[in-house]
Design a protein around this ligand. Structure first.
Ligand code: CA
Length: 232
């Protein structure tokens, strides 16, 4: 799932369709799941920017789903918004306790939901225009392109996701297993060596701009964004 996607987990078809319509009109890409189990399978790979989860779902409930997502290092920081038909204080507290960042009580206005989603994304560090910028490097998460100054970088889809992850986490080193989980997904079988191949391709793509040192090898760990870039 690309990072500009909102994942909507809702079993009621009418609400799902109404929300998909409103979110798409507000410029989001929407992925939908009818159950928590289906959502978990979809969250095994590259993550959406945010998930909207209905409390009352068949099978695992929305609250149980949130707990699971918070316990997993891969999805721990994913912004979560709860939809609930119950407006009682105790329920809200239970939702926050399970790890939801915000909630909306049905029935609600789609415009308010969109406003809350935007606020949540801002809080999670998502740039307003969807463009990540580090030094002269700009990565457009919505338009799916990378530029250095005015020049477009020719970059493959995997290298794009790799660079996006590193630019979103400029202070972090990732080991190969973490990169595989986040860039390729857990349900895909790839050897760790594949990571090195794509890091090499990414460096080659950036080398015409003198930026082949953007991705740094951390001995015994994996890779990170070059600290001098992250700082500047
Ligand atoms: Ca429901």
């Amino acid at each position: 799932m690309p990072s500009n996607t909102v994942l909507l987990v809702e079993d009621e078809r009418d609400i799902r369709e109404m929300l998909t319509f409103s979110l798409e009109r507000a410029g989001f890409v929407v992925a939908t799941a009818e159950t928590a189990e289906q959502a978990l399978a979809m969250l095994e790979g590259p993550l959406p920017g945010l998930a909207i989860i209905d409390w009352m779902l068949p099978g695992l409930s929305g609250v149980q789903l949130a707990r699971k997502l918070r316990q997993d290092a891969l999805t721990r920081d994913l912004p979560l918004l709860m939809l609930t038909a119950r407006g009682e204080e105790a329920d809200k507290l239970k939702g926050f306790d399970a790890g939801f960042d915000d909630y909306m009580t049905k029935p609600f206005s789609p415009r308010e939901l969109v406003a809350r989603i935007k606020a949540l994304l801002r809080r999670s560090g998502e740039p307003e225009d969807g463009v990540l910028e580090i030094g002269p490097l700009k990565l457009d998460t919505r338009g799916h392109h990378v530029v250095v100054g005015d020049d477009r970088v020719r970059i493959g889809p995997t290298e794009f996701r790799l660079l996006e992850l590193l630019m979103r986490n400029p202070d972090r080193a990732f080991d190969r297993g973490q990169l595989l989980d986040r860039v390729w997904g857990r349900n895909v079988f790839v050897e760790e060596r594949t990571v090195d191949v794509h890091v090499l391709r990414l460096r080659r793509a950036l080398s015409p701009f003198g930026m082949d040192k953007t991705v740094q090898t951390v001995r015994g760990v994996g890779y990170r964004l070059a600290p001098q870039l992250a700082a500047g």
